[in-house]
Design a protein around this ligand. Structure first.
Ligand code: GRG
Length: 303
């Protein structure tokens, strides 16, 4: 209850994130030596090390810790999640999709390496994600690994990221998108991989079926909250830029939560989702503090 919520507020999330992020950084670096043909390894590294927050890997490690799993069980899957996330961003930025020139303040992969290499870098990352889990995971039964691989495949494919992206593309320029459609897009584009991140950490460490269901509900809630906050931040940052330049033209027509629900209602729903998420994992006790603090961070973040 309240005491635990306060504990989560006092938890040193910054320190926790930085320790976990460093572990992920080192493992990803080791996983991608540049060998012949250098160009493709450089292109994969360009986007992998472009300054992502490593949220999905950290969630996987945190969920594994919840059941006293060890890093050698979870780091390869954590890295694989970042590979899948990164490939989805590379492909999302392509001219045939969002056609973006910049991401995280850097030229997008295809702007730097050309479209063909960017497509291949995405393909290479997606394929290697699965190989990496199988080759590098230690102290986990084949049975659990198969479950993890299945989850990640589902989250990446038409039942997850790909499906969300297709509906998103279909909705481009459509003005009267329903809340159901908006929810579909975000549960597939965002929540699916976050869910796979948390649940796979739980699977690797041997969480029970009901534990995994809790983790699934936790991550669905933070996934949707993440997107609502994203929409809200988009508005505030666009307003801040007003006068300096005209806001991103893509946002003019885009359906967003604030547009459908209003600012205040969107904020309220995001906050409510975060409370639900924390309630799901509160029963795990002290060990759940990182997951609770990450949930809080999702609504508190400024970028
Ligand atoms: C997965 C096979 C396959 C294809 C990709 C393009 C596509 C299909 C899907 C689009 C996926 C997409 C762009 C989802 C949005 C995800 C999202 C919430 C990104 C922002 O995540 P952060 O804030 O990013 O964690 P950083 O930069 O910190 O890594």
């Amino acid at each position: 209850g309240t005491t635990q919520s306060n504990q989560a507020a006092q938890f040193d999330l910054k320190g926790y994130l930085s320790v976990k992020q460093q572990q992920v950084e080192a493992a990803l670096d080791r996983a991608f030596p540049v060998v012949y043909p250098d160009k493709i390894y450089e292109a994969m590294r360009y986007s992998l090390f472009a300054g992502g927050k490593r949220l999905r890997p950290v969630l996987c490690l945190a969920a594994c810790d919840l059941f006293n799993g060890t890093p050698e069980m979870s780091i390869p899957t954590a890295c694989a999640l970042e590979m899948i996330h990164t490939m989805s961003l590379i492909h999302d930025d392509l001219p045939a999709m969002d056609n973006d020139d910049y991401r995280r303040g850097k030229l997008t992969n295809h702007k730097f390496y050309g479209e063909a290499v960017a497509i291949l870098a995405g393909d290479g990352l997606l394929a290697y994600a699965f190989e990496h889990i199988v080759e590098e995971t230690r102290n986990v039964s084949a049975d659990r690994l198969l479950k993890v691989i299945s989850r990640l495949g589902r989250a990446a494919g038409a039942a997850g990221l790909v499906g969300g992206q297709v509906v998103d593309l279909e909705c481009e320029g459509v003005k009267d998108i329903t809340l159901d459609t908006l929810n579909f897009i975000h549960t597939h584009k965002t929540a699916a991989l976050l869910e796979a991140s948390v649940v796979s950490g739980g699977i690797l460490a041997g969480g029970s079926e009901s534990d995994l269901q809790r983790l699934s509900r936790y991550s669905q809630a933070i996934g949707l909250a993440f997107q609502i906050v994203d929409d809200l931040l988009d508005i505030t940052s666009t307003q801040e830029e007003l006068g300096k330049s005209i806001g991103k033209d893509a946002n003019v027509e885009k359906a967003t939560y604030p547009r459908l629900l209003g600012m205040e209602e969107s904020k309220r729903q995001a906050q409510q989702l975060i409370e639900q998420a924390k309630a799901e994992v509160a029963g795990f006790g002290e060990q759940a503090l990182p997951l609770m603090a990450i949930a809080d961070y999702i609504t508190a973040r400024k970028n």
